[in-house]
Ligand binder design. Structure first.
Ligand SMILES: NC(=O)c1ccc[n+]([C@@H]2O[C@H](COP(=O)([O-])OP(=O)(O)OC[C@H]3O[C@@H](n4cnc5c(N)ncnc54)[C@H](OP(=O)(O)O)[C@@H]3O)[C@@H](O)[C@H]2O)c1
Length: 385
């Protein structure tokens, strides 16, 4: 009988190299990505456009995590450099939400190990990789390398952007209604607690009334004004002048008709929470992509992450900052992040030269003229109502 030929698993050159353990040099980090959509999958595997989504899902499920690209050029103001790599967990957002959680955790753990073998001394859990197993805790127990979700610095940057955007739109937070969508989550919870003392009224939105009531108790203890909760996201955001939206939904949760004229929306979620239709049909609202940072040095990701050169998501930046600082620890995990931790990472970010990037909306840069046009469109629309 013919001997069965050993199955040859296709792996990238980088993964094969990662298989031979590289020396763990200091300041080395990894960051886990995953495809956000079928289009993302097709960027690497052209065939994905020619087969059904179901087949793509099945193939992805079987695919092992791998290193897709190295990251070079991250250089702190202190002169320290931090080389990195992107690991890929080949699962789509819907798969993170619907597959057996242990299976997904196992894939994320394997991806951490692949990065560690390649030399990473800390690994950031990007996007939905951070959502599984109680906000990264289950992954941290088995990864064999420190991990962080990056959510602490994400909140710091998102809040800075939200405050600045409100100011640009002449919104006084102290007398305004602010909605946090996904308020029971890791990022949403901290956004709500941090903003509570400075806003007129707060609306906490999510899917689960009991969890929202629990979060509201903590938020009320810090709040300057009224705090209410709601499970109807779309009607909740209609009350708000400022919206911070950061759910773990696989698709949009805010549509064009849900946003007040002149409102500011900071969309921190990946994939985004605000429907693309808003970009096409609402020229009177300021929607900004939340959590985008300028990286010090001359960073090259060697792969398209959907941002201009020199910019990264804040969760990636948190991982870089910890690597530059030599803080190889599980810095951000779970649903409860403290305000003190946020202050700490903000200070470290300054030391190393990370800062909030200019406003972007639906992946397009916004300048002062764009914002002043949005403002005048809003004034005109409000005059008609
Ligand atoms: N921009 C960046 O740099 C950056 C960095 C890190 C993470 N992120 C993104 O931020 C998002 C949230 O991350 P996280 O770690 O805070 O997640 P998380 O702790 O799991 O929280 C997700 C929140 O979203 C709510 N939610 C989930 N699906 C929903 C739906 N269909 N409608 C309304 N609410 C829904 C959850 O409510 P329940 O109580 O009902 O579960 C929970 O409050 C993700 O999209 C992630 O990719 C962005």
């Amino acid at each position: 009988m013919a001997k069965a030929r050993p199955r040859h698993r296709k792996s990238s050159k980088l993964t094969r190299r990662a298989g031979r353990r590289r020396p763990s040099l200091p300041h080395n980090f990894g960051f886990l990505l995953h495809p956000m959509s079928l289009e993302d999958v097709a960027k690497k595997y052209k065939i994905a456009t020619k087969v059904s989504p179901k087949v793509v899902g099945t193939v992805l499920k079987r695919r092992r995590p791998f290193v897709i690209a190295r990251i070079s050029g991250v250089k702190s103001l202190t002169g320290v450099r931090a080389p990195g790599r992107f690991g890929v967990v080949p699962l789509l957002p819907e798969q993170f939400l619907t597959l057996d959680e242990d299976f997904v955790i196992d894939k994320v753990v394997k991806a951490c190990k692949v990065c560690a073998k390649d030399g990473a001394r800390i690994v950031g859990l990007g996007a939905f990789n951070a959502l599984v197993g109680d906000g990264g805790r289950a992954v941290a127990q088995r990864a064999g390398v420190p991990v962080t979700t990056g959510n602490t610095y994400t909140v710091a940057v998102a809040l800075e952007a939200t405050r600045k955007a409100a100011e640009e739109m002449a919104i006084d937070l102290g007398s305004s209604t602010v909605a946090v969508v996904g308020a029971t989550g890791s990022i949403g919870g901290l956004c709500a607690r941090a903003l509570a003392p400075e806003v007129g009224r707060m609306v906490l939105l999510g899917r689960n009334a009991e969890r929202l009531a629990d979060v509201a108790k903590h938020v009320r203890a810090l709040a300057a004004g009224d705090v209410t909760t709601g499970t109807d996201v779309r009607s909740g955001v209609r009350q708000a002048d400022v919206i911070v939206t950061v759910t773990g939904a696989a698709g949009a949760v805010i549509e064009p008709e849900d946003i007040r004229p002149g409102a500011v929306v900071c969309d921190v979620a990946r994939p985004r929470d605000v429907s693309e239709k808003v970009a096409a049909s609402r020229d009177d609202v300021l929607v900004i992509d939340g959590g985008i940072v300028e990286v010090p040095g001359n960073v090259n990701f060697h792969v398209d992450i959907g941002l201009p050169k020199g910019m990264a998501l804040a969760c990636m930046a948190e991982t870089m900052i910890l690597a530059l600082e030599g803080r190889y620890e599980n810095f951000t995990l779970g649903k409860e992040i403290s305000i003190e931790r946020m202050t700490e990472i903000e200070e470290l970010a300054k030391v190393h030269g990370f800062k909030m990037a200019g406003f972007r909306s639906f992946e397009r840069a916004l300048d002062a003229a764009d914002i002043s046009l949005i403002k005048s469109n809003a004034t005109r629309r409000l005059a008609r109502v």
